[in-house]
Design a protein around this ligand. Structure first.
Ligand code: GZL
Length: 357
């Protein structure tokens, strides 16, 4: 139910009732102090004054959710969007207003302001970067619209500006990847060798980039050398472009850490185009994040070594949060989704068949 619509109906109805009582004012209806009210017939009970045509009531019973999505930059993002669109349907009791910001923060801020003007019931944001949100979140708070963060995090001084956050533990994803590489290299008899690493980072300032970069850094070994890190913007084309430049600059790369699968796909194409090989039987070890379906194909093909999952299916979790808020229940501020990792020592073909994205 759109908040303002209900209050206007009630106010209008109350004025209508008061007109009937000979004491209408041009002011928005306010309950008259007992001694001021003209003698009036019994005011109709509130539920009768809010009566609306049945057709309107059906649409107004829907919970209106505005979703400010990052963009459509990756397979992960596509799966995340699909999760919201299949969860927030009319048959499930929602009206979803969806905005694709094309990876631009200014577009997300515009979308949030539009949601406020449309008086949605909830605003959900997957913030493209962590900073720059305080002002628009204050506007949402002023409008009395709860904000839920999904996927990436916002860095704000006052966490009452959002109800809660649901997403992946990016730092753990990064540190798990470093721990996996240490074990893998030891298994290859390279535990003491100098290992040259490059990293294709996600969008700089996105919590997925910050967390994965910091998490992997926390697991660096003394004999590992991080030759270079550069953003591939979480896209395949930019990932390939950056990897091409790395291959020209560094002749002896041993490991590529790709902070999402689409950049990994681009890196693999660049490595092959340079006449090198990758994967468990290749010259260069490929570590990636997200674990989307196409990444399983890459592991099955022997191009990618390991992938650290970042579950994109946040739609049902956010719906669960909204239902709790609707019922006046409190919700956990920080809610991590379950995540695993996969590598070519596992039956990745069989695992792929069990996965939803
Ligand atoms: C992670 C998400 C990242 C994915 C990328 O939660 O924010 O953004 O890892 C996507 O594929 O572009």
């Amino acid at each position: 139910m759109k908040k303002k619509l209900l209050s206007v109906i009630l106010a209008t109805a109350m004025v209508a009732t008061m007109v009937g009582c000979g004491s209408a004012t041009s002011e928005p209806a306010a309950a008259p102090a007992a001694e001021e009210a003209a003698p009036a017939k019994e005011a109709a009970p509130a539920e009768e004054v809010a009566e609306e045509p049945a057709a309107e009531e059906a649409s107004d019973d829907l919970i209106v959710v505005g979703y400010a999505q990052v963009g459509a930059e990756s397979d992960w993002r596509t799966a995340n969007t699909e999760s919201f669109k299949t969860t927030f349907t009319e048959e499930n009791g929602y009206q979803l207003i969806f905005d694709d910001a094309q990876q631009k923060q200014e577009n997300q801020i515009k979308a949030i302001r539009s949601f406020i003007q449309q008086e949605v019931d909830y605003i959900v944001v997957a913030p493209v970067v962590e900073t720059g949100w305080e002002t628009v979140l204050e506007e949402a708070k002023e409008a009395g619209i709860p904000v839920i963060l999904s996927d990436r995090m916002m860095d704000v001084s006052d966490d009452s500006l959002y109800e809660c956050w649901v997403g992946g533990n990016f730092v753990k994803e990064g540190s798990d990847a470093a721990a996996w590489l240490k074990t893998y290299l030891e298994g290859q008899g390279k535990g003491e060798e100098e290992i040259n690493i490059v990293t294709l980072q996600g969008t700089i300032g996105a919590s997925a980039q910050v967390g994965r970069t910091d998490g992997f850094a926390s697991g660096m070994q003394d004999n590992w050398v991080m030759l270079d890190k550069q953003t591939g913007e979480f896209t395949q084309s930019k990932g390939q472009e950056v990897m091409e430049s790395f291959l020209k600059k560094y002749p002896d790369i041993d490991v590529v850490v790709c902070e999402n699968d689409n950049m990994a796909f681009g890196a693999i194409d660049a490595i092959k185009a340079a006449g090198k090989t990758c994967g468990p039987e290749g010259d260069i070890t490929i570590i990636s994040f997200d674990a989307v379906a196409a990444a399983f194909d890459s592991m099955i093909a022997g191009d990618m070594n390991a992938d650290f999952e970042c579950n994109p299916l946040h739609g049902p979790r956010v719906a669960e949060i909204i239902q709790k808020l609707q019922a006046g229940e409190s919700v956990e501020k920080i809610q991590y989704v379950d995540e695993a990792y996969f590598d070519t020592s596992m039956d990745v073909a069989a695992i792929k068949e069990t996965r939803a994205y």
